[in-house]
Design a protein. Sequence first.
Lengths: 359, 359
Amino acid sequence: MSITIKDVARLAGVSVATVSRVINDSAPVLAGTRDRVLAAADRLRFSPNGAARSLSMQRTLAIGVILPDLYGEFFSELLRGIDQAAQRAGYSLLVSSSHHDARGIEAAVRVIRGRIDGLLVMAPEVTRSALAHALPRDVPTVLLNGRAAGSDAAHAITVDNYGGATAMTRHLLSLRHRRIGFIAGAVHNADAQARERGHRAALRTAGAASDPALVVRGDFTERGGVSGARALVSLASPPTAIFAANDAMAVGALAFLREVGIDVPRRMTVVGFDDIPVARFLNPPLTSVRVGIAALGARGTQVLLDALVAPASRSSRAATSRRDVLPTELVVRGSSGAASSSARLFLAKPQGESLYGQE
Amino acid sequence: MSITIKDVARLAGVSVATVSRVINDSAPVLAGTRDRVLAAADRLRFSPNGAARSLSMQRTLAIGVILPDLYGEFFSELLRGIDQAAQRAGYSLLVSSSHHDARGIEAAVRVIRGRIDGLLVMAPEVTRSALAHALPRDVPTVLLNGRAAGSDAAHAITVDNYGGATAMTRHLLSLRHRRIGFIAGAVHNADAQARERGHRAALRTAGAASDPALVVRGDFTERGGVSGARALVSLASPPTAIFAANDAMAVGALAFLREVGIDVPRRMTVVGFDDIPVARFLNPPLTSVRVGIAALGARGTQVLLDALVAPASRSSRAATSRRDVLPTELVVRGSSGAASSSARLFLAKPQGESLYGQE
DNA sequence: GCCCGCGATGTAAACGTTTTCATGCCTGCC
DNA sequence: GGCAGGCATGAAAACGTTTACATCGCGGGC
């Protein structure tokens, strides 16, 4: 059917070993021989069978990426960062999404098992123990942005959700907001939880009243933001600011407020979290917490690639498993009232420019 | 190192053939034997080596996805549709992006060659012949949304760019706009070209003047939309409406107009193309051309999967290669002045709901 | 001038599956 | 009671590479 290394060898009048050596230039070959082989390979349009290669070399040059979802800019940014880092190192990406629970992840792992050298997993809604059980033992794994204290075997890269949220809440407090509505994420989402904790802690530290009615449940989608904003606005004593636990929900909140004629930021402040690329282009530009989504993906990938070359560092695996926390940065824009600052966007190079470039 | 089918066979006291049969239940096995094998596999946490499997079965159960980029909601939507369709059929995705030119695509193909059963390629900027040369002969391929009349060997799924653009321009004309600014895409981008042609044709048909100064070059990014809008607004005789060739640029245009205090839609109408998920949540909600991005990906994947089971249909390949054109639909929202219609968004289920669900 | 050694190449084993074919047993029919 | 046939299982080939090892020829040092 398809042409193999044998066909090339026959045409070039050499052995398969020589063909292999030429193709990977893994050993010196006489110039004349090399040319004959190359010519033959070219003429037959030969390209090596990856499966056979992987089997023989015991490595696939691919890493698996398991995501809870693919909806929205967050995931495309994340994947973009991962792809860049992987491609630079010559690795391909085996992507599988829509895996929210441990069972889904286990199924996905089963499918790609043996076709990847390493695994990148984002599973914000899965508990530590469930995850530990679902993940393979023998494949180096990096957890992205879930429960930081993941299973001992895996590395984990997270974003400073807690710190970012406290910074944002302090920002709102500094703007004299006293009743701050919070649109939280899903109950079991680790990132959402950390952001909520950060918000609460900042309120507590400031001695501000923490009215439970001001925290409504969302789901990290625009639609959830719409409902959340509606609920907050409908309160007997509504807040003067809304802190959405991610940008998608902030987008929904902005849309709802516009719909019902509540001006942002004059009558209501809205802020988000993640600083997705579109945030600065919203109307008004969204104040958010920059996470460096692509950087998170790239960093996770880099850590994984490092782990792949390291020879599993003896048995002291647990001791060497990394726990990186990426810093976050408050980005103040028009949606929290600093209308003038947003003008800078189009005059100077915005700070977030790096997101657009090659990292 | 890793545990193989042999280990399981030894532990269960059977041959490797039997283990294989149990795992794939490809042949009847005595209940007792099956249980022993299953128990052994479970105890050893065995999972089959994909590379060996692929090699033996001559199929990888994976499809390659080659994209020009991963930035923005468009690509995450596309990938989402592809992933869903592939996952349903038990296929994995080998994703590689940032391949704009033929050389990049060829390199990407070389890397994933022999690890995939089929190929999904989006290459709007590559010419037909360059693409034909870069793509492998022996791998079923589906082209997404580039030049419809692609290489004979490959199937092609496109969106009705031309029709969508004419519909949009007619919409603007019906709103009494006579000077319509157009922010085009990159010169060599096939989709951008088709949209521009559609726009021009609609103007011509309506007998409207087609001022060349009203067409400015963009690049499908928000930033390009900002520059485009700035250029159009700066004209001696500026347009009353701006048609951006994709939504990302419309987002940029909206941001710029807000920045300089030009109200949309009162003083300027802005419309886009693609209807990315965030479009309906913008301020004002963006009038756009719905493309069904996820559906495009899903359809392409389905066509590819069909081609995989079909035995290359004799040699009449060219004759059977499909050319699907997905219809587009005008979605009118507040940014083109129909302010009241947008209220429907949060009351009734929006038309676009399907994009959020399972397709 | 002989032998040692090195450089280029070939041979064949290994990688971990699936699958064809062979084997042996048991059942049931005449 | 013998034999055909079906069913469960095992042995081994095949998939297309890489690579350790063997081989061969040739040049240089003594």
